[in-house]
Design a protein around this ligand. Structure first.
Ligand code: PRP
Ligand code: ZN
Ligand code: MG
Length: 225
């Protein structure tokens, strides 16, 4: 694949980071026409293309150098970094900015009737999660002997379904936990959205464009304070 002269930015198509990431790009003066079913959107006033994808794919796209920049939650980024590190795949990237949205935490939660007496209560449990690498790292660091059960979705129903004893999932408002009879007990990772760039150097033109855009990002964030 020949390298595009246009700067490629990966953004979550639909989810907790989409609106604010796209809103930020518009706020820094990038004109975008986003059509619903399309994976790619071309800016009409800048040499920039947006790739609208699943958030889970964004760290890999940046680390493989398929896109130049990506907006992603630190939770997803750190999980994919650990996964790729352990399987010997490229995992380089640069964090350009930590952003002021997308705040959430990855937490261990137990059924409300469970008698939780501290981290040692997790020993021997099966914990359902979409973030097995972050969870295993937490277990190791805290000398917990428990089992991570990987689920790509519907993690919050795992205890009731008898698939796991507890869960480790993202919590923002807490509504999902509440609706599923679960109680947050241990925060294992705090996350915000970040803007990342691929590790490998870009052309001078692309880097110059990024360097012109970043002060505008800072300006938009300051204006919101
Ligand atoms: C996360 C998580 C919960 C929900 C928690 O999912 O898996 O379902 O958010 O948020 P709350 O505390 O405000 O209820 P997300 O929206 O990121 O979607 P996904 O599970 O499809 O990735
Ligand atoms: Zn996701
Ligand atoms: Mg969810």
């Amino acid at each position: 694949m020949s390298e595009s002269k246009r700067l490629r930015i990966a953004v979550q198509k639909k989810g907790r980071l989409s609106d604010e990431s796209i809103g930020l790009l518009k706020a820094i003066g990038i004109k975008l026409q986003i059509r619903d079913r399309l994976l790619i959107a071309h800016s009409t006033n800048q040499p920039i293309d947006l790739l609208l994808v699943r958030d889970d794919d964004i760290p890999g796209l940046v680390m493989d150098g398929v896109v130049d920049l990506g907006f992603i939650g630190e939770n997803e980024l750190e999980e994919k970094m650990l996964e790729r590190q352990q399987s010997g795949k490229a995992h380089d990237f640069k964090t350009l900015r930590r952003l002021d949205y997308g705040g959430c935490q990855l937490s261990i939660a137990v059924p409300t009737e469970f008698e939780y007496k501290g981290l040692e209560s997790i020993n021997g449990l099966k914990v359902a999660t979409t973030y097995p690498f972050l969870l295993e790292r937490f277990f190791k660091k805290n000398n917990i002997n428990a089992q991570a059960v990987m689920l790509t979705g519907s993690v919050e129903v795992a205890p009731r379904a008898g698939v796991a004893d507890a869960i480790c999932d993202l919590v923002s408002t807490g509504a999902t936990l509440e609706a599923n009879g679960l109680r947050e007990e241990a925060v294992i990772f705090k996350s915000k959205a970040v803007l990342i760039q691929r590790g490998e150097a870009l052309s001078d033109e692309k880097q110059a464009l990024i360097n012109r855009l970043l002060p505008r990002v800072d300006g938009v964030m300051q204006a919101k304070e």
